[in-house]
Design a protein around this ligand. Structure first.
Ligand code: GLC
Length: 592
């Protein structure tokens, strides 16, 4: 096992001659502390997220499947990622594309068989890649046998697996809103009581205060761990503990109910119990979806001393796609959020870095510049941002190609349950004109990220031989994996280089993060510093070239990676020429 001295010697190896090929080894020795931070394998991992419906279809039914994923394992391995996160693969009525699970211990027939699942685990393992699966246990499908039993009578065994209440004044028990529009309570005719569903009515919330529910969850986790998975992405996990009495929300709380939903009194106890019962016996990783949680709250959840979660997805950064319209306001907001979450994480927490997933619009379309002349360049800047944080990066399928939002022209083209419910609510109530609602969906709708993966310039982008469940983005003729794999200037090849660089430069994973020029309007620059080595990341978030003067005390060393071939400053020069939408990663002096 290398000692700390060996590691520092490794860091000091001249970095300019890096070869960006092959699978890297571990950056730091297991169990070795980095400053005050504890080493864990998943801190050095890069995760690739797969939405199985949209990744690759092997049987021509228009829906992606597990054999489709297996056929693309070499593509995934060539990216250099260490972990695949597979979105729900369980049997489901698919009201919410698998996030309404009707059987937790099986594979959806749409996606294949358990043998296909085993083949996926084995194929990944053969390539040195681990698999984590989505665990959707804040709620089940209303067609799960537990719910069918629970709803059958007031005194049914297992009634209290879910949350039932009498109505109030002829209406729901409280004013809780569903996060998908409408009330979070639905009256069930069989017993005349209401059940709680923070999402769609077909997604009833489980009652985590019932110990048998928690025991079932632990058992499900063991089932998949025994099948070879290396961890879980825990869906909507901050909502598992409900407020005592489920009282009405105040008008202020109604503006963002997730803050209340995430703040139940037993959330942390239930997570610690899960750790004690299941996770502490493995080296599995967890990443929780943490709606309603601030940067400080994320630290609490991921503080290694508390044994709750390894990392969480918070929403502040991706939420800017919905809240900030002006490009000039975007960069200051982004850097503030990144600085805040890094500061909050400190030595004991850990951050999950992401700009996209299956619930968010494509990052290029909002944070980048989708104009044809700039899309490749700006996608590389976003890649740099994603992969150079003190955090575990999560790359969402197609992000590595620079995929963009879909040009939706009608609500008929949209499948997403949330979008359809919100549409009905807003249009039917006359609150918003249809054109405005459609424009909002074009910018922020979840289906933007769910259109088929673009493999080739051919028919249906090579995703299916049939009719795809969502239309293929017309830009697939120019933005696709086959074309980009053969183009040295592509977004895809840049991702491969960046991931390889991150593997070889410990400062990019573990180094302290410092914004070198927080008020600069277009250049986002930060250092990543370990005691004996450091990097400087510079990104131009605009089209105009800029002669950027480094702040006093910041020195440019050798270029480790530039998004523009053959450019970069000579070492020691205080002014760095940055082309429009260029990113540069340099070595710098560690004393900073
Ligand atoms: C999470 C999932 C999302 C799903 C919701 C309800 O937010 O990411 O896709 O709709 O939970 O399960």
């Amino acid at each position: 096992m290398p000692t700390r001295r060996d590691v520092l010697r490794l860091i000091a190896v001249p970095l300019a001659g890096l070869a960006f090929a092959g699978r890297p080894g571990l950056l730091l020795a297991q169990a070795e502390a980095v400053g005050n931070e504890t080493w864990r394998w998943w801190k050095e991992a890069v995760v690739y997220q797969i939405y199985p419906r949209s990744f690759m279809d092997s049987d021509g039914d228009g829906v992606g499947d597990l054999p489709g994923i297996v056929s693309k394992l070499d593509y995934i391995a060539a990216l250099g990622v260490d972990v695949v996160w597979l979105c729900p693969h369980y049997p489901s009525p698919n009201v919410d594309n698998g996030y309404d699970v009707s059987d937790y211990r099986a594979v959806s027939p749409l996606f294949g068989t358990m043998a296909d699942f085993d083949a996926l685990v084995a194929g990944l393992k053969a390539r040195g890649i681990r698999l984590i699966v989505d665990l959707v246990v804040n709620h089940t499908s209303d067609q799960h046998p537990w719910f069918e039993r629970s709803r059958s009578a007031r005194d049914a065994p297992g009634r209290d697996f879910y949350i039932w209440r009498d109505g109030r004044d002829g209406g729901p028990p409280s004013n809780y809103p569903s996060l998908f529009g409408g009330p979070a309570w639905t009256r069930d005719d069989t017993t005349g009581q209401y059940y709680l569903h923070l999402f769609a009515p077909q997604q009833p919330d489980l009652n985590w205060d019932e110990p048998r529910v928690r025991a079932e969850v632990h058992d499900i986790m063991r089932f998949w761990l025994d099948r070879g998975v290396s961890g879980f992405r825990l869906d909507a996990i901050t909502f598992i503990s409900k407020q005592p009495g489920l009282p009405d929300l105040t008008p202020d709380e109604l503006r963002d109910p997730t803050r209340v939903y995430a703040d139940g009194p037993h959330r942390d106890d239930y997570l610690r119990e899960m750790d004690r019962e299941v996770l502490s016996h493995t080296d599995a990783m967890t990443v929780g979806e943490a709606g309603g949680v601030s940067a400080e709250g994320a630290r609490t959840l991921t503080d290694a001393r508390r044994h709750e979660l390894d990392m969480v997805f918070t929403f502040a950064l991706v939420g800017l796609a919905r809240t900030v319209e002006s490009p000039s306001a975007l960069l200051p907001a982004m850097r503030r959020i990144i600085a805040e979450r890094d500061r909050a994480a400190g030595d004991d927490g850990w951050v999950a870095s992401y700009l996209e997933n299956h619930d968010q619009p494509r990052s290029l379309s909002h944070f980048g510049d989708p104009d044809l002349a700039w899309r490749t360049r700006s996608a590389k800047v976003l890649a740099t941002l994603l992969l150079t944080q003190r955090a575990t990066p999560f790359v969402y399928q197609g992000e590595e190609l620079g995929m963009a939002n879909y040009p939706f022209t009608s609500i008929e083209q949209i499948e997403d349950v949330r979008a359809k419910r919100e549409w009905r609510e807003r249009i039917e109530s006359g609150a918003v004109p249809a054109a405005v609602a459609l424009d909002a969906l074009r910018h922020t709708g979840r289906d933007n990220a769910r259109t088929p993966m673009q493999w080739t310039a051919g028919l249906q982008a090579g995703f299916t031989t049939g009719r795809p469940w969502l239309p293929v983005n017309p830009d697939a003729v120019t933005v696709n994996a086959a074309g980009e794999g053969a183009d040295p200037n592509s977004v895809l090849l840049f991702y491969r280089c960046l991931i390889a660089l991150r593997k070889r430069v410990p400062a990019l994973v573990h180094g302290a993060w410092r914004d070198i020029d927080p008020d600069h309007p277009v250049v986002f620059g930060y250092t990543r510093t370990l005691p004996d080595a450091a990097c400087l990341v510079l990104m131009n978030f605009g089209r105009e070239p800029i002669a950027y003067r480094l702040p006093p005390g910041v020195l440019a060393g050798e270029v480790l990676l530039s998004s523009e071939a053959g450019t970069g400053p000579a070492p020691g020069v205080p002014v760095v020429q940055l082309a429009g939408w260029q990113s540069l990663i340099l070595s710098t002096a560690p004393a900073l």
